[in-house]
Structure formats: structure tokens, C-alpha cells
Design a protein around this ligand. Structure first.
Ligand code: ASP
Ligand code: MG
Length: 418
């Protein structure tokens, strides 16, 4: 069997949904699980509805806009008179209102987020399944909340692999003979069957969860780019497509901030030896990128840009030197505040870190450490990591930049600049 994953851009309107169903239609020779995200920017729209509600304002106009967006697609697909779909969606919108109203001191933001924002994926997959069934691709809709089991960490839930694999095997496997299974990414449930989510953009990871549980032969993530490129085409002019990449290379690229695949996706696939293909839904017959256990000599340099970076320096002002005790107190506070360091450097009298901009936590860190150090910071900087760098790439990238920190190892070049 195989697993496909389609993200929001691949179901952003009726034409895209039809294009997706054509791709599915061409791959019916082996059993298929299809993980589909919320349509277009619906996750952001649902987050905005929640924010409005929580601030005590009226979110009904935003809810109407979300309904109208889906209704348009339903109409364009000729599904407006489908009684089951209409009934399902009415129920889902009721759940949305109920979820929004449940916000209280008992049910905080993270809990309510999961009960409400998750519904964008449910709506999307209901529409996709209805469309497939109508266009003679009989499929089964599966509620991922029933089979993907997690802990209670709302918005960043950790998967209970044992329970999840058992549920997927027993609930999904028997359905595969009946045609493609359509399900949601990003969502699951805890032991009490409250909905949980796996973190933004988590559908890639969901696809990997289904793939490993069902021992898939391969997984394909269909995207609006031709595959894995050596840099984000929205930020860099000339990019190169990698035909083939080792798991490890892609895992590291996601660690440094490449957003092409969710960072948690690679590990379960690598552990189970399941190849991952990244392909364009606009050009489905093109090869794309295949990610597997392999050695690729002379990989083209990969350029990963992280914007909105803060550099913070902790300086000793009494003529003593930075020692392990100082570094320990810095790290204890970073851990306590749940911050992530993207790069660090030390000198005789200072220790410097680079992290994502977060003025609130930066201030808390400053307060906690101001007795020990003089603290200086710069916000709004950029961090570039070049994997497998060469001199020409670095020179080209660093033209006219004000460099704040520069580091290189044998394989990686990193620079923070203004
Ligand atoms: N719809 C969710 C998001 O936009 C999950 C996903 O697309 O992967 O974050
Ligand atoms: Mg999305």
C-alpha cells in the first residue's frame, strides 16, 4: 500500500480538488491512504476566529466567511445538493460554535484550539471524500481523531505509537480493499477522546504515522514545488532540484529551518525504510525528489534562510572569564523558558546565542540573568545556513551583508546578518 499527502495549496479551490482526484485516480492499482490538509489558508482563518472569540469580540462574520469559502467550492464541485455532506457540515459548524463557547478557566486556549481549529481538516476531507465518491472513485472517509492517539499536550501532542499503530492496523487496514481511504493530517485524540493537534504543518508527520503503521511501500507528498529544492524559490532567484536525497540530509535541512517538510516526518520513515517522494501536483508525471537511504556524492549546496532572529550576548563585566558555571546558568534559563538556540558562540568574556525573535521571552531571559551579566541584543536579524557549502556560494550570498556572527564546520556554513 501507499500513502499520499496533499497540503492546503493542493485543495485550495474546486479546480485543485479535481486535479487531486485525477492524481488519485491514476494510482488506484495499489491500496491507498490519502491524508488531506485544511483547504488553502483555512487553518489560519480558524485561528483568527478563535482569537476574535477569546478577545470577547463577535466572530460570526469570520465564521460566515469560512462557511462561504467552503460553500463556494462545494457548489463548484456540484455537491451542493449532497444531503450527507450538508448534514455533516452543519454538524461540524455546530461543533465549532460549541467549542468556541467552551473557552473558560477550565478549558484554556490550547484545549479549545484543538477542539475548533482541527475542524478545518474535517471539513476539507468531508468535501474531498464526497467529490471522489461522486466522481466514481469510491472511497472511505476515516476520522483520524479515532485512530491517531496522543498524550494531553494540546497543540503539540506527542504520538502514542503503540496505541496508534494498533488502531490504524485494526481500523484502517480492512478498509483498504474498498478503495482509497481519505483522512486528516494534523489531528488526533488523547485517551479521553478529546481532540489534539500535532503542531502546525503537522500533516506530513501524520502521513508518516499512517505509512509506518500500515507498512507502506512508499509515501508521496504532493506540493506546489517540483520537489526538494536547494533553496526556497520564494526567497532565492535560482534554485536547483535534488532528484535524490538521503534521509539524514533532509532531516538536517528541516532542523536548520527548511520548511519543505515537517521536521518530525523523516525519523519514522527512516526507521522503517519507507521511501518518501516529494512531487508537484501541478506536474504529477515529473520525477520530483526521492528521499531514501542512499549516498549522494557532491550534493549541491542547500541554502536555508531563517528570518526574524535575535542575537543575545551575555557579557562578564568584572574581568573574570566565561566559565562552565556561567554557561550552565544561561542554559538553565533557556530550558526553563522553552527557547531553542539556533546558533551559539563563546569568547573570553561573553557567550552569544541566536534564537527566533520572541520579545516577551527575551525580556524574561534578560531579567533572570541581569545580575550575572551585562546583556546586549539585536532583533530582526537573519540566519543563513549553507549545507555542503562551497566558497562561490558563500561569496555570492554574503555580498553587501553586515555580518554579525559567522561560523563554519567541514560541511556547514552559518552566518547571522542584518
Ligand atoms: N492545516 C494544518 C496547518 O496548516 C496542518 C497542515 O497543513 O499540515 O498547519
Ligand atoms: Mg496547511
Amino acid at each position: 500500500m501507499k500513502v499520499f499527502k496533499f497540503g492546503g495549496a493542493s485543495v485550495k479551490d474546486a479546480g485543485s480538488v479535481r486535479n487531486m482526484s485525477n492524481i488519485i485516480r491514476q494510482h488506484l492499482s495499489s491500496p491507498l491512504v490519502v491524508v488531506v490538509s485544511a483547504m488553502d489558508k483555512m487553518t489560519n482563518a480558524f485561528e483568527a476566529i478563535l482569537a476574535t472569540t477569546m478577545s470577547g469580540d463577535d466572530s460570526s462574520a469570520q465564521i460566515e466567511a469560512v462557511k462561504a469559502f467552503h460553500k463556494n467550492i462545494i457548489k463548484d464541485l456540484g455537491l451542493q445538493t449532497n444531503p450527507d455532506l450538508n448534514e455533516d457540515l452543519d454538524q461540524i459548524y455546530e461543533q465549532l460554535i460549541h467549542g468556541l463557547n467552551s473557552y473558560s478557566s477550565t478549558f484554556g486556549y490550547d484545549f479549545v484550539y484543538d477542539q475548533t481549529v482541527s475542524l478545518a481538516e474535517v471539513i476539507s476531507t468531508k468535501i474531498v471524500a464526497a467529490h471522489l465518491n461522486q466522481s466514481e472513485v469510491p472511497c472511505t472517509w476515516v476520522d483520524a481523531r479515532k485512530v491517531v492517539k496522543t498524550n494531553d499536550d494540546h497543540r503539540q501532542a506527542l504520538v502514542d505509537w503503540g496505541a496508534t499503530q494498533a488502531m490504524i492496523k485494526s481500523q484502517v487496514n480492512p478498509l483498504l480493499a474498498k478503495g482509497p481511504v481519505i483522512t486528516q493530517g494534523f489531528i488526533g485524540s488523547n485517551a479521553k477522546y478529546n481532540t489534539t493537534t500535532l503542531g502546525r504543518e503537522g500533516s506530513d508527520f501524520s502521513a508518516a504515522i499512517f505509512a509506518t503503521s500500515l507498512k507502506a511501500k512508499a509515501i508521496t507528498i504532493w506540493k506546489d514545488v517540483p520537489g526538494i529544492l536547494n533553496a526556497d524559490p520564494k526567497k532565492f532567484n535560482s534554485t536547483v532540484l535534488y532528484p535524490k536525497l538521503p534521509y539524514k540530509e533532509v532531516a538536517e535541512m528541516t532542523y536548520y529551518g527548511a520548511s519543505v517538510i515537517h521536521p518530525k516526518t523523516i525519523k519514522p520513515l527512516a526507521q522503517n525504510g519507507i521511501p518518501l517522494y516529494v512531487k508537484s501536483f501541478q506536474e504529477p508525471s515529473a520525477e520530483g525528489t526521492s528521499i531514501e537511504e542512499c549516498v549522494v556524492p557532491n550534493l549541491h549546496p542547500a541554502i536555508i534562510l531563517k528570518e526574524k532572529q535575535t542575537v543575545m550576548s551575555f557579557k562578564i563585566s568584572d574581568f573574570s572569564f566565561i566559565n562552565e558555571g556561567h554557561i550552565l546558568s544561561i542554559f538553565e534559563n533557556i530550558k526553563r523558558l522553552n527557547l531553542t538556540i539556533n546558533l551559539m558562540q563563546n569568547s573570553a568574556i561573553s557567550f552569544t546565542i541566536c534564537m527566533d525573535d520572541n520579545p516577551l521571552k527575551r525580556e524574561q531571559l534578560q531579567t533572570a540573568l541581569s545580575d550575572l551579566f551585562s546583556i546586549y541584543y539585536n532583533e530582526g536579524l537573519s540566519l543563513i545556513t549553507v549545507k555542503n557549502y562551497n566558497q562561490a556560494t558563500i561569496e555570492e550570498l554574503m555580498k553587501n551583508r553586515e555580518i554579525i556572527i559567522e561560523q563554519r564546520s567541514r560541511n556547514n556554513f552559518q552566518v547571522v546578518f542584518r
